[in-house]
Design a protein around this ligand. Structure first.
Ligand SMILES: Cc1cc2nc3c(=O)[nH]c(=O)nc-3n(C[C@H](O)[C@H](O)[C@H](O)COP(=O)(O)O)c2cc1C
Length: 300
C-alpha cells in the first residue's frame, strides 16, 4: 500500500533520507535503509574533496536547525567507494554539486553506475568569482546545469531547488525545459543567523546558515503547491516533516515522495518507521489504497 514508483524507480515506501543529514558513509546510509527509509540520498559531493567551514557549523534554534557546513565532502572517488557497500535493495540517490555545468556532468558520469538517480544540488554558489548567489537562483544557469547532466547520464535526474528566490516557479520551469525527470522542493531557507549574547559574536563560523525543520514547513508546502500547478514532472517534498500528518500535507500539495532531514536529528532513525506506520493507518482509516490517489488532492 505504501509502495511508490518515482521516475520508474520502485520504492517500498515514499520516504527518503534527505541529503546531508547522515553524511555519505555506507554505514550511516545502510543504517537509514535498515531503519525503514524507502530510499537514501548522500550528502552533496563534488569532483574534488572539500573541507567545508570550521566549527561551529550546526546550531539548534526555535523550530529547527541552522547550518552552514559548507558542502564538506571527500570527493566523488571516495564517495563511490562507499556507495559500492550500500545494500543493493535500497534505491540510492547521489546528491551532487559543482561550480559549473561541466563539473556537475563530470561527477554525474562517475557516480552513474552506482546509483538509481541523481539529485542536483543547485543551491551551491555561482562559479563566477565574487558572485555570492547560488546557481538555483538563476533560471539560465539552472537550465544549463540540468541540460548538461541530462546529456551525460541515462538515469533519472532530479533538480533540488532553493526557496530563496523571488519566483520558484520560474526556476522549476527552467529545470523542466532542460528535461529534468523530477524536482525536489525545498533546500534550507534563509540564510539566517544567531548571535551569542555573552560574546556579542555570530555563533556559526560562517556567520550565516540555512534554516531547516518544522519552522520552514509552511514555506515548503507552499512551494510544492505552487510548482505542482506549473509543471508536469513529479515532485519530492521536503522541509520540516516530523510525522505522518506533515507527510500527508505534502502529498495533498502535490508531492509524490517526501524526504526527512532535521527530524532524523531530533527524533532519530525511528522517524522513518513511525511516519510509515502513521501513513498506513491514515490510509486504512480513509479507504486510500495508494499514495498516488492523494497526490495533489489540495488542488481538486
Ligand atoms: C545539517 C544539514 C546538512 C544538509 N546538507 C545538505 C546537502 O549536503 N545537500 C542538500 O541538497 N541539502 C542539504 N541539507 C538540506 C536538507 O536536505 C533539506 O532540504 C532541508 O534541511 C529541509 O528539510 P528538513 O526540514 O526535513 O531538514 C542539509 C540540511 C541540514 C540540516
Amino acid at each position: 500500500m505504501l509502495e511508490v514508483e518515482f521516475c520508474n524507480v520502485k520504492m517500498k515506501n515514499p520516504t527518503m533520507l534527505a541529503a546531508g543529514i547522515m553524511g555519505n558513509t555506507s554505514s550511516s546510509l545502510n543504517w537509514a535503509a535498515k531503519s525503514g527509509a524507502g530510499a537514501v540520498i548522500t550528502k552533496s559531493f563534488s569532483q574534488k574533496p572539500n573541507k567545508g567551514y570550521p566549527n561551529p557549523t550546526t546550531l539548534e534554534v526555535n523550530g529547527g536547525i541552522i547550518n552552514a557546513i559548507g558542502l564538506s565532502n571527500p570527493g566523488v572517488e571516495a564517495v563511490c567507494m562507499e556507495l559500492e557497500k550500500i545494500q543493493p535493495e535500497i534505491p540510492k540517490i547521489a546528491s551532487i554539486y559543482g561550480a559549473s555545468p561541466v563539473e556537475f556532468s563530470a561527477v554525474a558520469a562517475k557516480v552513474e553506475p552506482l546509483v538509481d538517480m541523481i539529485e542536483l544540488n543547485v543551491s551551491c554558489p555561482h562559479a563566477k568569482e565574487g558572485c555570492g548567489a547560488s546557481i538555483g537562483q538563476d533560471p539560465q544557469l539552472t537550465y544549463q546545469v540540468v541540460k548538461a547532466v541530462k546529456k551525460t547520464v541515462n538515469i533519472p535526474v532530479i533538480a533540488k531547488l532553493t526557496p530563496n528566490v523571488t519566483d520558484i516557479v520560474e526556476i522549476a520551469l527552467s529545470a523542466e525545459k532542460a528535461k529534468c525527470d523530477g524536482l525536489t522542493l525545498i533546500n534550507s531557507v534563509g540564510p539566517g543567523m544567531c548571535i551569542d549574547i555573552k560574546t556579542a559574536r555570530p555563533i556559526l563560523s560562517n556567520k550565516f546558515g540555512g534554516i531547516s525543520g518544522p519552522s520552514i514547513k509552511p514555506i515548503a508546502v507552499k512551494n510544492v503547491f505552487e510548482v505542482y500547478e506549473a509543471v508536469k514532472v513529479p515532485l519530492i517534498g521536503v522541509g520540516g516533516i516530523m510525522n505522518y500528518k506533515d507527510a500527508v500535507e505534502f502529498f495533498y500539495a502535490g508531492a509524490k515522495c517526501i524526504q526527512i532531514g532535521t527530524a532524523v536529528m531530533f527524533k532519530g532513525m525511528s522517524v522513518f518507521n513511525n511516519v510509515c506506520k502513521g501513513l498506513k493507518k491514515f490510509m486504512q482509516n480513509n479507504d486510500i489504497e495508494s499514495i498516488e490517489e492523494i497526490v495533489g488532492k489540495a488542488h481538486d
